[in-house]
Design a protein around this ligand. Structure first.
Ligand code: FAD
Length: 388
């Protein structure tokens, strides 16, 4: 247990050392620090595509995937070691930030051999970019109420409706799209179907949404009688809810390593404050120490999650606790940075982080919804009223 408290991945496994060497040899300044911040412009895309191919050819684009699909089938602790080394080296991940952890595993579980053969390799190599078309203007937290509909017409589904907040939609080649194919079910989650849609099909319009950061990070997608071939269906007709849940549940390893980039930013802020001679001020020291302690707390939470996974236990509610703590800390770091650094803080990346931080408690499950999960499943509080 003491090893776990020090960080279950702190050992120098062969995998970790091999990856470290590979990064030293391959991660040039052309790719270092190329994180997805805002709009995917041409330069970002070009460099990310190059880097993604290097990762894929070395087996590092999705090392947890099975070997037959281009992964290395590494276990959960090696996945954490992978994330630690990548974060420490400021190495970008693969371009398909949603495709690799979420969409591809759903294709592996529910896809036909033809779909797996067709889609997984180009997704892994970043040659085809995927987006996730789940949320709608009136269906976010309550995803099961989605209304984008698809009617069967011979060998096609005819899709009409709207999606929103679609990350990478403006550069995507394919979309994992949830549609309603039947409204007569008892529960809203009945009658949903999942389609793997070619974003170039006639009738699809993508409108980038500009946020307060000034960039268009995500998009609205409009479907106007789009004819999608039946063979693009992932899983059975009307059984898309299970596919959606499998897509969303694949974030566990990611949740457990969320603390890495935040702790690196906290360390960066402390270094900057020290260089500027600000750390002599006891109030500044107090605030920075508080941030640092929060970062360590998040790490221990993450280690508990990894320890459960390593012991073969099913995911516990700690994922919700981590998501809440991560988003709160992610929003607080730039607030403290701007307070401590003053106007200089607002001009640099901290200013952008301050604005971007608003989205963290929303993306991937809102803080309020995660609090409901913790309240009901951890604290045993009464369930909130449900319509279904
Ligand atoms: C950066 C970012 C990237 C995203 N990328 C994608 C993407 O690629 N694909 C995609 O499909 N979606 C994406 N989303 C959308 C995201 O999944 C939704 O924003 C999220 O599910 C919340 O849905 P909503 O925005 O409709 O808010 P709503 O569900 O309408 O919620 C509005 C408010 O009500 C609160 N609320 C809702 N239900 C409850 C409840 N039962 N109890 C208490 N409070 C409640 C919420 O917490 C929130 O504060 C992204 C969002 C962000 C911020």
């Amino acid at each position: 247990m003491s090893t776990l408290l020090e960080g279950p991945t702190s050992t120098d496994s062969a995998y970790r050392l091999e990856l470290r060497d590979w990064l030293v040899a391959n991660l040039s300044d052309r790719y270092r620090g190329l994180l997805f911040r805002g709009e995917p412009d041409d330069d970002w895309l070009t460099r990310m595509r190059e880097w993604n191919v290097l990762l894929a050819e070395a087996g590092y684009a999705a090392p947890s995937w099975p070997v037959e699909h281009g992964g290395r089938a590494i276990g959960i602790l090696e996945q954490a070691a992978h994330a630690e080394e990548m974060a420490a080296a400021e190495a970008p991940g693969p371009i398909n930030a949603l495709g690799i952890p979420n969409i591809a595993p759903a294709i592996m579980t529910y896809g036909t051999p033809e779909q797996q053969e067709r889609f997984l390799r180009p997704l892994l190599r970043g040659e085809e970019i995927w987006c996730q078309g789940f949320s709608e203007p009136d269906a976010g937290s309550d995803l099961a109420s989605l209304q984008c509909r698809a009617e069967r017409d011979g060998d096609n589904y005819v899709v009409t409706g709207q999606k929103v907040w679609t990350t990478l939609g403006q550069v995507a080649d394919y979309c994992e799209l949830l549609v309603r194919t039947d409204s007569s079910g008892k529960r809203p989650s009945d009658g949903i179907t999942c389609l793997l849609v070619d974003v170039g099909l006639p009738g699809i319009e993508i409108r980038p949404l500009r946020t307060i950061t000034g960039s268009a990070e995500f998009n609205e997608m409009f479907f106007n009688e789009v004819r999608v071939p039946v063979e693009a269906r992932l899983g059975e007709e009307h059984a898309g809810w299970a596919v959606a849940m499998s897509t969303l549940s694949n974030e566990r390893g990611g949740v457990a390593t969320l603390h890495l980039r935040l702790r690196a930013r906290i360390r960066g802020l402390i270094d900057t404050a020290r260089e500027l001679g600000l750390t002599d001020d006891p109030v500044v020291r107090d605030r920075l120490a508080d941030l640092w302690a929060e970062g360590e707390r998040l790490r221990y939470l993450a280690d508990r999650s990894l320890a459960r996974a390593a012991a073969g236990l099913p995911p516990g509610p700690e994922s919700s606790v981590i998501k809440i703590a991560w988003s709160q800390l992610g929003a607080r770091i730039p607030e403290v940075a701007v307070d401590v650094l003053g106007m200089a803080g607002l001009e640099g990346p901290w200013g952008l982080d301050l604005l971007h931080g608003r989205s963290l408690p929303i993306a991937g499950g809102t803080t309020e919804v995660n609090r409901n999960i913790v309240g009901e499943r951890v604290l045993g509080l009464p369930r909130e009223p449900r319509l279904s």
